[in-house]
Design a protein around this ligand. Structure first.
Ligand code: ADP
Ligand code: ZN
Length: 731
């Protein structure tokens, strides 16, 4: 179990953000910052990277410098912090002289502890000098993969960040990214010259996303199938070309969907309009090119549709990662076509020639695209395939959240035989031809190319005459995807056999071939809201959020995340104290928005005779299992607890943090079940905690913390809960 964080930091997180639990690896990442140890933190989109550098900045004097690639991203963070009562400033080319001076003044005077800077500004101007003079101790680099050629979003100006070490000699440097490939990771470490960095890599699975792949047919119709199931919800549609973006946007608008376009060919002003409309929930759908869209930031994106296959799995992961950042169920649909693959290949070749890129660069690009094609035409669980691509294991045999596992796909009738026929045909043509020729032979075509080679005399000629050409091609790719067939690289890829191919032909290895063409898909009812939420109230709250956002001219998600609205619509608080117990409601938001939200909730509950002030939902506790073997420090602490030593005495003797000692004491109480804990928690306080716990349960600390007016610390509550739970279990 990672040691706990200082209690003033936890209190700051709880006060400003309203979070009482940290997500996986946030604790470790924050500790690296506090310890001034360089770090590389790789967490999926929505994993909560920003808290890792924002929160520590609040509890230390001096300055945390955050480098970020886009003005929109910086603005978003500064505004989001302001909504939580935290002042931060940004320095970028969009500020005028007076604004820049004001920002610099507040940095010099020590009023702000967080400053967001563009790479150009920090490297090319004297800004770094000013920041250093203002006591910069920590440099955080957001979207750090932009420094790597191998990443999906290389930015030349990020290369210059190699000089940060020289500009900030005494500071620790922390890199954050959602791109998980080894190559990018190594590149970030060496480019930034990170010193013995702590490397933290999170779990890349996104269980709340459902992945599906459909063969592309009628693109607009296929998109509308999703939109019609998800009325008033937000989504992104990715297209290959600018013209596709414009075409799809027009078609959707004509059909009365609220869609806006977004691509590099638009003027900055037009792009800003699209961006703002989407952020403000005035538009539901952004149609964007795949090369664009990093600035699209809304935590309640419920679907991401790829109308075109992305260039790499990293792109796919990054782009689908924009769905469901708030953790609620969301869906990702890929409309796959080989035409798009060919077009991408041509674009890639053209730009490689134009840029005079070395041949291995083009080869790497082709290889990455092939991997993407294999994913799309594969027949293994999508979650598993994605997670595996990033070198992680996926243990569960059924993800319950992809077309393969949900049984949305159908096996091709008699697929074992089909596989054998394809592989035998590759053997018969002596592993010397590409997919098109093999398909022609299997379909029994009577062409010059076939006759001249005598392939019309082969036993495999015409074996699959009943199948359509595209269907056979999909089967071939599925075999390649499952490594039961090899496709060589280069301009004229040839099909070859390997050991697995022979095993399939002998019948000792079974592969699955799925139907990828034109079936009516049935998608299970979406059901975004957690059970118990009142959908009507949720909509009412969303409307209120939109109005408030409009009034303040901020994006709605900065007021409350969808998760907060969902929980409000479920437990329906009637008092500020009750509302404050909801995760994501901090002091400032309660003050700014509490009254209006409470009024609407009360009105709705009365009108529909709904129960109010329901107890908080049990959150999936991330508490680590109690280790049975005690470390020396823990042994010492246990011994002292047995002797009724005070927390302070144990702190002093063991040198552990307060949080850790508190945890140990809670473990001790659960294990030893002492008859009283008056040495650690006064009888009066214990009684108040017990009263409160009867009302709210002991699943979460926050409700009790709030109910007691924050007079009992989290540690005290944790210790008291341990006692209450173990004495309840004993009776
Ligand atoms: P990333 O930068 O990794 O994509 P963010 O920092 O934007 O992710 O966080 C994603 C969402 O998760 C935000 O809405 C954020 O407020 C929320 N979040 C972050 N940490 C926590 C936490 N410990 N508990 C609850 N919500 C959190
Ligand atoms: Zn699956």
């Amino acid at each position: 179990m990672p040691p706990e964080l200082p209690s003033d930091l936890l209190a700051a997180i709880e006060r400003n953000w309203g979070f009482t639990e940290l997500r996986p690896l946030q604790t470790e990442a924050i500790r690296a910052v506090l310890a001034n140890r360089d770090s590389l933190v790789v967490l999926p989109t929505g994993g909560g990277k920003s808290l890792c550098y924002q929160a520590p900045a609040l509890v230390r004097p001096g300055l945390t410098v955050v480098v970020s690639p886009l003005i929109a991203l910086m603005k978003d963070q500064v505004d989001g912090l302001a909504r939580n009562g935290i002042r931060a400033v940004r320095l970028d080319s969009s500020l005028n002289g007076a604004e820049t001076n004001a920002a610099l003044d507040s940095i010099r005077s020590g009023e702000v502890r967080l400053v967001f800077v563009s790479p150009e500004r920090i490297i090319n101007t004297g800004t770094h000098q000013i920041l250093r003079d203002a006591g910069a101790h920590t440099v955080a680099i957001d979207e750090a993969h932009c420094i790597s050629h191998w990443g999906h979003d290389f930015r030349p100006e990020y290369r210059m960040l190699a000089r940060l070490r020289e500009f900030f000699p005494g500071s620790s440097i922390h890199a954050y990214t959602a791109t998980a490939t080894e190559q990018v990771r190594t590149d970030i470490i060496s480019q930034l010259n990170l010193q013995q960095p702590q490397i933290l890599v999170g779990n890349f699975d996104r269980p709340n996303l459902t992945f599906r792949v459909l063969p592309q047919s009628d693109v607009v119709g296929q998109i509308r199938e999703v939109l019609d199931r998800r009325k008033n919800e937000a989504g992104i549609v990715y297209c290959l070309r600018r013209a596709d973006v414009d075409g799809v946007t027009e078609a959707l608008k004509k059909a009365k969907y609220r869609a806006v376009p977004y691509h590099a060919g638009m003027t900055a002003e037009a792009r800003r309009q699209s961006h703002d409309a989407f952020s403000a929930e005035e538009a539901d759908i952004v149609v964007a090119t795949i090369a664009f869209g990093m600035g699209i930031d809304r935590s309640n994106v419920r679907f991401v549709i790829h109308a075109c296959v992305p260039k790499t799995i990293e792109h796919y992961q990054q782009e689908t990662g924009r769905a469901g950042r708030d953790g609620l169920p969301s869906e990702c649909l890929l409309l796959f076509s080989f035409g798009d693959v060919m077009a991408l290949r041509r674009i890639m070749e053209k730009s490689a020639t134009e840029a005079n890129a070395p041949p291995e660069f083009l080869a790497a690009g082709r290889n990455q695209l092939d991997q993407m094609v294999r994913y799309a035409s594969g027949a293994i669980c999508r979650h598993k395939a994605l997670v595996r691509h990033f070198g992680q294991n996926y243990a569960s045999p059924n993800c319950k959240a992809c077309d393969i596992c949900l049984g949305d796909t159908q096996d091709i009738p008699d697929s074992a035989t089909v596989a054998k026929k394809i592989l035998s045909c590759v053997a018969r043509v002596n592993e010397g031809f590409g997919a098109n020729h093999v398909i022609d032979v299997l379909r029994g075509a009577n062409t010059e190319a076939i006759r001249s080679r005598g392939h019309d005399k082969l036993t495999t000629h015409g074996l699959l005459s009943a199948m359509e050409k595209p269907q056979i091609r999909d089967c071939i790719f599925q075999l390649v995807g499952q490594n039961a067939l090899v496709q060589t690289e280069g301009d004229y890829p040839i099909l070859r056999l390997n050991a697995d191919s022979w095993a399939v032909m002998k019948g000792t290895l079974v592969v699955r071939l799925i139907q990828t063409r034109s079936m009516g898909v049935e998608v299970p009812e979406a059901g975004t809201l957690p059970s118990g939420s009142d959908a009507a109230l949720f909509e009412v709250l969303r409307q209120l959020r939109r109005e408030q956002a409009h009034r303040l001219n901020v994006p709605p998600y900065q007021i409350f995340a969808d998760t907060v609205l969902a929980e409000l619509s479920r437990c329906r608080p009637t008092t500020p104290e009750r509302m404050r117990m909801v995760s994501g409601v901090g002091d400032v938001k309660l003050r700014d928005f509490g009254p209006e939200f409470l009024a609407i909730i009360a009105a709705h509950a009365t009108e529909f005779a709904l129960a109010t002030d329901l107890p908080p939902l049990r959150e999936t506790a991330t508490r680590a299992p109690v280790s049975t073997k005690l470390s020396p420090a823990k042994q010492l602490a246990y011994k002292m607890f047995a002797d009724r030593a005070s927390l302070e005495a144990v702190l002093e003797k063991t040198g552990l943090s307060r949080g850790t000692v508190g945890d140990y004491l809670a473990d001790f109480i659960r294990a030893e079940k002492p008859s009283s804990i008056v040495q650690w928690v006064s009888a009066e306080l214990l009684e108040r905690i017990a009263v409160s716990a009867r009302e709210f349960g002991t699943a979460r600390l926050k409700p009790v913390y709030v109910a007691l007016n924050e007079e009992a610390s989290y540690e005290t509550i944790r210790i008291a809960f341990a006692f209450l739970e173990s004495s309840a279990a004993a009776t």
